[in-house]
Design a protein. Structure first.
Length: 165
């Protein structure tokens, strides 16, 4: 246990929208706010190659500049996500605030591709990364955490102070 506290409070990480200072985000049993998920990145295999030029010609929200980026960028309004579609048939969905938003956004983009005539399947949906924010109300010695968990963690004090588990 970090911090040496004997408090029996457990705060689960729950995806939610960012909260303001006047909202009910404080768990009164501990006084610690619940962590807030700000971004999720997911991947999915579409099961077929995608003709990116055909896609960008028929979808209004699609952008494609092969000199700058090798995939098509598709932005959805609801859920507010960005899907990156690659010619290999892989898709990356970013900007989701929850797993259900990531899944729904990926499925909506896959459905758009199906309507264009691609033989799209929705395989191996996986959450790759989550970015969240939590105020633990005590300092964390990242070097010590990394040394105690070398098999599961990466840390570099030269970079920004973020931690990957």
């Amino acid at each position: 246990m970090l911090g040496g506290s004997s408090n029996n409070c457990t705060n689960e990480i729950t995806p939610q929208r960012p909260v303001g200072p006047d909202s009910e985000s404080v768990d009164l049993s501990c006084g610690i706010k619940k962590p807030v998920i700000h971004n999720m990145v997911s991947t999915v295999d579409l099961g077929c190659p995608i003709e990116l030029r055909k896609l960008v010609l028929h979808v209004r929200s699609a952008e494609y500049n092969p000199r700058r980026f090798p995939g098509v960028v598709m932005r959805l309004r609801e859920p507010r996500v960005t899907c990156l579609v690659f010619g290999t048939g892989r898709m990356v969905c970013t900007g989701a605030r929850s797993e259900s938003d990531a899944n729904l956004g990926s499925r909506k983009c896959a459905r758009i591709l199906q309507r264009l005539g691609f033989d799209v399947k929705f395989m191996n949906f996986t959450i790759q990364n989550m970015v969240g924010l939590a105020d633990l109300r005590f300092p964390i010695r990242l070097e010590g955490v990394q040394l105690a968990n070398e098999q599961m963690t990466q840390y570099s004090c030269i970079w920004l102070h973020f931690f990957q588990i």
